[in-house]
Design a protein around this ligand. Sequence first.
Ligand SMILES: [Zn+2]
Length: 328
Amino acid sequence: MDISSILQGGYQHPLSRSWQSRRQLTKSMLMYPIFITDDPDASTVIATLPAQRRWGVNKLAEFLGPLVKKGLRSVILFGVPLKCQKDGRGTPADDPEGPVIQAIKKIRELFPDIYIAADVCLCEYTSHGHCGLLHDDGTINTEPSVERLAQVAVNYAKAGAHCVAPSDMMDGRVKAIKRGLIDAGLGNKCTLMSYSAKFASSLYGPFRDAAGSAPSFGNRKCYQLPPAGKGLARRAIQRDVAEGADIIMVKPALPYLDIIADAAQLAPDHPLACYQVSGEYAMVCAGATAGVYDLRTMAFESVDSMIRAGATLILSYFTPQFLDWLDE
Ligand SMILES: [Zn+2]
């Protein structure tokens, strides 16, 4: 046998196998998505999203306390208003008494070392359930949408969010939000993480259940990217870098590993996030329940593939479990 044929000597030991990855999953690479509702005492099970709940601000200490002890470093907040009056421009999004702003303040007070990102979108707060403001004919009205999103982002940053993360996919919002942060004196105090390549995926179902954010008519295909749209994704990533995004994100993750790899090449000097979305998480859980694979092994395999593709930050509902698994 030729010398060049033998590879197995290089990974015969568990430790030498671990050296085969350029980077390995660490606790600091995990950001935990959490749902905050406007009933302060809520702890409500979400049927389609195993082991996840909607939380009220009064429950954040008991919910997050044990996770912080295990090494949780960051969260991303999604508001789930159930009682508010929704309207065409998503007025409740930055209500000072609303769930997101209240949760930002509460978490800052309870856990000063936790990094808080706030998802920025309007769909949870608009009467029509779309991510921007609409013309009379139901199409997106871009300019006022972007203006409103920037306003909401600045108000989250003022409340103490370390990071604002627009997920709406409106054209030009990264630039408007960055400008808004700078004008509010927060340009050097708040990170802008852009959902740059966010695809119109079938994997958001459990999230829409959790957040109550399904559109009342139509769909989001005019702003979220078509799943086969590799070129569009590349353009969106480059645009957001040019508009001032500090972190680029690809969403969903597992079916879009090539896009993560593209982003790593197009934005090599930026942190690169990916979102293992609700449907991916539910799929991994369901496969394990059906006996297709071991849950932990598959959870690691899925996330290791994202890191291999180039991700440096992973938003995952598996975060609580990874905090345990990474200690073992
Ligand atoms: Zn939205």
